[in-house]
Write a protein that binds this ligand. Structure first.
Ligand SMILES: [Zn+2]
Ligand SMILES: [Zn+2]
Length: 241
């Protein structure tokens, strides 16, 4: 079984429907023996989420809280089938970790063909680091074609424990299929909690069981090692210190 070093998808009270502060989330990460925590509150199109000024001001967060390195990020909403996001390029380029996700209360599902074209366009966006929870049944797409393209464009594909294993059996099946394709095509993944409260930070047990079952190669798991995460961030962001 893998032991992870980072949780790269978490929400604070800044999301409007999550319940812990950055300090509480960092404390929970430390208790779970994680050394990197990405704060990735929802983009402004999500009901109740913070506006652009909140994300610009993430620069006030310290690099470390206790023993935990803090990454200043966002879970941007994919707004339409042209892969437009609810944060502009100047804002995204200031952040250290950018997730792009579809949410049914923001963007209505379309056809599988439209989702496929959308993800192929998203793969071309250099400001996006990770594709959030791609397992949603309502947003089915051509997994093989898109996963190959994510790999070609250096995107990280998320295995989201909460989304895949707490929202119905089909999500979990889709997640396992996507992970198997990442293994086949050598595409990196990150395994995250999507915690909306401190007690869920680092909770990825079901995802790790699935990865074990499909004998997923550890070298493709970005957040397995602290240095692996920071090397990735530094490779994309010259200003990261
Ligand atoms: Zn999400
Ligand atoms: Zn989330």
């Amino acid at each position: 079984m893998f032991t992870l070093s980072a949780d790269l998808h978490t929400h604070t009270i800044g999301s409007g429907h999550a319940f812990s502060t950055v300090k509480e989330m960092a404390g929970a990460a430390s208790e779970k023996k994680l050394s990197v925590l990405a704060v990735t509150d929802h983009g402004s199109a999500m009901e109740g989420a913070s506006g652009a000024i909140y994300f610009r001001n993430l620069s006030v967060l310290p690099r470390n809280i206790g023993s935990v390195t803090i990454l200043k990020g966002i879970e941007a909403n994919i707004m339409d089938m042209d892969a437009r996001l609810d944060a502009d390029a100047p804002l995204l380029s200031r952040l250290e970790w950018v997730i792009a996700s579809l949410h049914e209360n923001v963007t209505a599902p379309a056809t599988s063909a439209a989702h496929t074209e959308m993800y192929l366009k998203l793969a071309d966006n250099p400001l996006v680091d990770m594709i959030g929870h791609p397992d949603t049944p309502a947003y089915a797409f051509d997994y093989e074609r898109v996963i190959r393209e994510f790999g070609a464009k250096g995107k990280i594909v998320e295995v989201n424990n909460e989304h895949a294993f707490c929202h119905g059996a089909q999500n979990g099946k889709n997640c396992a299929r996507i992970a198997s394709l990442c293994k086949k095509h050598g595409v990196r993944i990150a395994v995250n909690s999507d915690a909306h409260i401190f007690s869920k930070v680092g909770e990825v047990g079901a995802a790790l069981v699935m990865l074990d079952e499909i004998e997923f190669p550890e070298e493709l798991i970005l957040n397995l090692k602290h240095e692996r995460v920071l090397d990735y961030i530094k490779s994309k962001r010259a200003l990261f210190v």
